[in-house]
Design a protein around this ligand. Structure first.
Ligand code: AMP
Ligand code: MG
Length: 399
């Protein structure tokens, strides 16, 4: 049995980035740049006014008075140059003419018809002018390879007129759900049967992290059935997830099938609760995870192992759930000799661990916005002690 930390490190150590592809900037949210982006333009693109006011020449007619000779709006081509004693009405974002001395805010001047009076202390060289190339020059690297594209990054690229970008490809994910007892919603259950729920859970969790399942398949607990579907998914996908059938029962066929398909085992069984029967393997660049069938175990394993792997295959700078340290709201007693991922709720910088932690129970998980990680050997934690908290995606409260 492997330890949690070791298993996680092993997964990251064998990762290989997927090839890159070109995407439209507008579709690149959450993607990772596969190459540096250089500015095709300087920013700002030209000297421009930062305020609504007046642009002044370097000399006044006398004692801070100027003659207003025109207007420059955002989008107007500016006059070639401003002559001595002249001022132009100017607006935010409008191009400043050459030889302009500075811009003064409209709140700080006196205007009477075409005469403008400006107090001496408001006539400041370069004031309220955003200089061409002031943020960065043409040719500068504005975003580095491996940058995660957030909304601001998308906006920055759009402001540079970029339309397409090179990013790492997203993994194509397949999911094979095994279990002869499982039925689709809408069918009448016979005794002993249950509604299949892991596909809904896992697909939703992946979607909340920006991933989608491209191939979904189901197999009964028959070796030939599992093998046929597994073969198909292994061919079509970068990452194949199995749900169920990985424990030690006589009808758990995932492990023998993976062995037959020559998937290289990275680890099988992790010293953790929940999710002990977790399996991970690889075949060339492809990754395989067999998740335990118990619904809460499957979801914990997806967040803790599959998600960092998917993030890593795209070279994301941050992989897996965001981790913070928070104080326990209530004392916590624990038993067992394995590392634990406990369903919990983080509110206002404190975290409360739910009492219901059974691996087949999604009820408390549904109210959770975090997992608390407690290492093996810790039997009791007092209220106020700090614990490691892994924040679930799309949680409604940021501690
Ligand atoms: P297994 O890992 O296949 O032995 O399954 C462990 C437990 O999880 C059993 O009680 C299964 O019925 C249940 N289970 C397995 N797969 C699913 C699924 N897709 N949806 C809901 N429950 C499942
Ligand atoms: Mg099963």
């Amino acid at each position: 049995m492997i330890h949690v930390e070791e298993a996680k490190q092993l997964l990251q150590s064998i990762l290989r980035p997927l090839p890159s592809e070109e995407v439209m900037v507008r579709k690149a949210l959450g993607r990772v740049l596969a190459a540096d982006v250089r500015a095709p333009l300087p920013m700002p693109l030209f000297d421009q006014s930062a305020v609504d006011g007046y642009v002044l020449s370097s000399k006044s007619l006398q004692d801070g008075s100027y003659r207003v000779v025109g207007m420059i709006r955002a989008g107007d081509s500016p006059p070639k140059a401003i002559q001595s004693g002249q001022a132009y009405r100017i607006y935010t974002g409008a191009a400043v003419p050459q030889r302009a001395f500075g811009v003064v805010m409209q709140e700080h001047v006196q205007r009477t018809e075409d005469r403008l009076d400006v107090p001496a202390d408001r006539i400041v060289k370069g004031s309220h002018i955003r200089k061409k190339g002031g943020h960065f020059k043409k040719g500068a690297i504005v975003l580095q390879r491996s940058a995660l594209l957030n909304a601001a990054a998308i906006g920055l690229l759009a402001s540079l007129g970029k339309q397409r970008l090179r990013v790492y490809r997203k993994p194509v994910i397949g999911l094979l759900v095994t279990g002869s007892e499982l039925r689709k919603a809408g069918t009448v259950l016979l005794e002993g049967e249950i509604y299949e729920s892991n596909s809904a859970t896992l697909i939703a969790a992946l979607e909340s992290c920006g991933y989608s399942v491209k191939q979904l398949a189901f197999a009964r607990d028959r070796k030939a059935d599992v093998e046929r579907q597994a073969k198909r998914l292994m061919k079509a996908c970068d990452v194949v997830l199995f749900s169920g059938g990985i424990s030690v029962g006589d009808f758990d066929f995932v492990l023998p099938v993976l062995e037959r398909l020559r998937v290289k085992r990275l680890f099988y069984k992790v010293a953790q609760k929940p999710g002990k029967p977790l399996y991970a393997g690889s075949q060339g660049r492809k990754m395989v995870f067999a998740l335990p069938g118990n619904p809460a175990s499957a979801l914990v394993c997806l967040y803790e192992y599959v998600l960092p792997t998917l993030d890593g295959m795209q070279m994301k700078p941050h992989r897996g759930l965001v981790q913070v340290r928070l104080r326990l709201a209530e004392e916590l007693s624990l038993k067992g000799d394995r590392d634990q991922f406990l369903r919990a709720r983080a509110v206002d910088g404190q975290v409360t661990v739910f009492t219901a932690q059974d691996s087949d129970n999604l009820r408390s998980f549904a109210e959770s916005n975090a997992l608390v990680f407690v290492p093996a050997g810790v039997a009791r934690l007092s209220a106020g002690e700090q614990v490691a908290v892994h924040l679930l995606p799309q949680q409604d409260i940021v501690p």
